[in-house]
Ligand binder design. Structure first.
Ligand SMILES: Nc1ncnc2c1ncn2[C@@H]1O[C@H](COP(=O)(O)OP(=O)(O)OP(=O)(O)O)[C@@H](O)[C@H]1O
Length: 308
């Protein structure tokens, strides 16, 4: 079954075409990452899916309900959890009061369990909350009525690394229970850990929808190598090495960095074991292999912004 369906969904703000004919769907039980740089149009899509703003053109269905049908959407929202990118809780209220309000509106099946997990300071007023605490309370209110679909707009923003990890584990367990998750992010590594499929949006247009493995295979790694003894550059003439930059120490003018290097950086899209096998013959000072930045992924595989 399909949890979310978009057909040519468009939002034109006049000055900005924030969503331009978006067509894709999210299956029931799937964790779908909605990935794009700042201003790409992610929040606009989410706000249309929830009926907060109306589309200029196109249509959409959430849990089978038409997003332009206000009454149908109210019905659907009993089964939906939503976390805004800026949860706007009443500043004067305490965490407990916010929780009571949400419980009265949509029910409370599991706040005890969620409070243990995310632990926001419930006795304090929201105006005393840090950004991270607002986010933790937001997670509790999003999941407390045990929704079958959750729509999360940048859910980890403000969370510290430990809490991010806890949230990732929680989301995996929710998936095991059959919950459908649609979440936006501009962080590739976050999407990589959690999602089945990823939709990429840029400048309002859907660039691609791919299984997460496809995206990762295409995105590559940022590799940096340092060595005391010059390494022949020809060693890196293997499949998957791109944008190689090499340098030799400034106090060794006889070494041509085109033929040997003591430092280098490149993007690698090949088999990581092959690279490590090649490098194992050399004594390295340092080696770092990191996720390629999202902007590099866009540039490498989806062309310049003006091409879209
Ligand atoms: N109410 C509005 N009126 C006019 N333009 C808007 C409005 N809301 C958003 N925009 C513009 O629409 C574009 C998409 O914004 P949106 O907030 O959907 O992007 P986003 O991908 O969620 O960005 P971020 O990751 O920074 O939250 C941006 O250029 C933004 O400035």
């Amino acid at each position: 079954m399909t949890a979310i369906e978009l057909e040519g969904l468009t939002k034109d703000y006049g000055e900005v075409l924030a969503n331009d004919g978006l067509t894709f769907s999210v299956d029931t039980g799937e964790v779908f990452g909605y990935l794009g740089p700042n201003g790409a149009g992610k929040t606009t899509t989410i706000r249309m899916l929830l009926g907060f703003i109306s589309p200029t053109a196109g249509s959409g269905r959430v849990l089978g309900h038409d997003i332009r049908d206000e009454r149908a959407l109210i019905e659907a929202k009993r089964q939906i959890g939503y976390l805004s990118d800026e949860p706007g809780f009443d500043e004067q209220a305490t965490g407990n009061e916010i929780l009571e309000l949400h419980a009265a509106v949509k029910g409370d099946e599991r706040s005890d369990e969620l409070l243990k997990l995310f632990d926001p300071p419930m006795d304090r007023q929201i105006r005393e909350y840090s950004r991270g605490n607002v986010q933790k309370l937001g997670l509790v209110t999003t999941f407390m009525h045990d929704p079958e679909l959750v729509i999360l707009d940048e859910p980890t923003s403000g969370l510290d690394p430990l809490m991010k990890q806890r949230f990732a584990e929680f989301l995996r367990a929710e998936k095991q229970q059959g919950v459908t998750v649609f979440f936006s992010s501009h962080i590739l590594s976050e999407v990589r850990r959690l999602c089945d499929r990823v939709g990429i949006i840029r400048s309002g247009k859907l660039v691609t929808v791919d299984p997460v493995e496809t995206l990762l295979n295409r995105s590559g790694k940022a590799v940096r190598i340092q060595s005391d003894i010059p390494i022949p550059t020809s060693v890196l003439e293997i499949d998957g090495v791109h944008d190689l930059e090499t340098s030799a120490p400034s106090d060794a003018p006889d070494i041509d960095p085109d033929s040997a290097f003591t430092e280098c950086a490149f993007t690698y899209t090949g088999d990581i074991n092959r690279l490590l096998g090649t490098l194992s013959e050399y004594e390295l000072l340092d080696l770092s292999i990191e996720e390629a930045p999202l902007e590099d992924v866009f540039l490498r595989f989806y062309g310049d912004e003006n091409d879209v």
